[in-house]
Ligand binder design. Structure first.
Ligand SMILES: *[C@@H]1O[C@H](CO)[C@@H](O)[C@H](O)[C@H]1NC(C)=O
Ligand SMILES: *[C@@H]1O[C@H](CO)[C@@H](O)[C@H](O)[C@H]1NC(C)=O
Ligand SMILES: *[C@@H]1O[C@H](CO)[C@@H](O)[C@H](O)[C@H]1NC(C)=O
Ligand SMILES: *[C@@H]1O[C@H](CO)[C@@H](O)[C@H](O)[C@H]1NC(C)=O
Ligand SMILES: *[C@@H]1O[C@H](CO)[C@@H](O)[C@H](O)[C@H]1NC(C)=O
Length: 255
């Protein structure tokens, strides 16, 4: 019995000591503000703001992902105001949260928490790259998948067979003489698409027309689209083909 009392007292002592370090009372260190997450090509980076202090503050950033209850430290004692949390994204369909605290000397601020962020829903993805080839009575448009969906070996990115986000269809905008036609290319059509690209063939019924093409990918979730590519143009005439390619044109003339 005496032993039990002693043990209880000892445990109380421990928990008081823990509380003493974890909760130093009202903190004089201001809390970071505007914790925001931006993601490009599924690589999220956290940004925050902080007031000017006489002493240099350092920051600690923690990430929590849906399904994994714990806060995981992503950056510790950094003096810049961003933290790359790319390595903490296990599935870009999962929600994640971020919290940031400041330290000045030995004192810490409370945590500033971000809004919920889902990489596939709130992040940006680069546009597909385009190429146009002129063939007899038709043009063939090559739509190269954004690099984030293609790995080094030219295979589709495989998130360990988890259901994740991918491009389900490309919207391809073909503008002829100021009128625009929308084509939809499903990435599931094996005749048109492979791991690297999709192809669309458009008939060219009349000569002396300028065809301008741009495209965007539509993800399988939330109707999210990639950025739209720059427009590239090709002029079809009966004698010569004059192409007015955009910056990233993969033009290959078959004639
Ligand atoms: C925080 O963000 C809001 C909205 O984006 C902006 O109005 C405000 O000025 C920002 N705060 C600071 C301290 O910059
Ligand atoms: C961060 O800095 C504090 C204060 O200098 C120190 O106590 C702590 O161990 C540091 N954390 C890491 C992970 O280096
Ligand atoms: C963030 O980290 C990822 C993975 O480590 C890296 O590929 C990416 O280039 C980094 N982004 C920046 C802006 O440093
Ligand atoms: C586009 O305009 C040119 C010149 O006005 C014309 O020759 C051509 O047939 C037009 N093309 C289409 C597809 O309407
Ligand atoms: C087609 O080309 C020929 C010779 O290059 C030229 O004489 C003719 O006028 C052209 N026709 C049209 C519709 O441009």
């Amino acid at each position: 019995m005496a032993f039990l009392v002693l043990l209880t007292l000892a445990m109380q002592g421990v928990s008081r000591a823990e509380m003493g370090t974890a909760d130093p009372g009202p903190s004089s260190v201001p809390i970071p503000t505007n914790v925001t997450i931006e993601s490009y090509n599924m690589k999220p980076i956290v940004y925050w703001e902080y007031q000017i202090m006489p002493q240099v503050p350092v920051f600690t950033v923690e990430v929590k992902t849906y399904g994994y209850g714990d806060w995981i430290v992503a950056c510790t004692n950094i003096s810049h105001r961003y933290c790359n949390i790319s390595d903490h994204v296990n599935d870009p369909l999962n929600s994640l949260w971020v919290r940031v605290k400041a330290r000045v000397g030995q004192k810490e601020s409370a945590y500033a928490k971000s809004e919920e962020f889902t990489v596939c829903q709130h992040g940006k993805i680069e546009p597909p790259k385009l190429g146009i080839r002129k063939e007899e009575k038709q043009i063939t448009i090559d739509i190269f998948h954004p690099s984030v969906f293609v790995n080094g070996e030219g295979q589709e990115v495989d998130y360990y067979d988890e259901i994740t986000c991918y491009i389900i269809v490309y919207n391809v905008y073909v503008r002829v003489n100021k009128s625009e036609i929308l084509y939809k290319v499903s990435t599931k059509m094996e005749d048109d698409c492979n791991e690297i690209q999709c192809q669309l063939t458009v008939p060219v019924p009349s000569l002396n027309s300028q065809y301008c093409v741009s495209a965007e990918g539509v993800l399988n979730v939330w109707g999210v689209t990639t950025e739209k590519s720059e427009e590239i143009c090709v002029t079809i005439s009966n004698s010569s083909i004059k192409d007015l390619c955009g910056k990233k044109c993969h033009y290959r003339d078959k004639t």
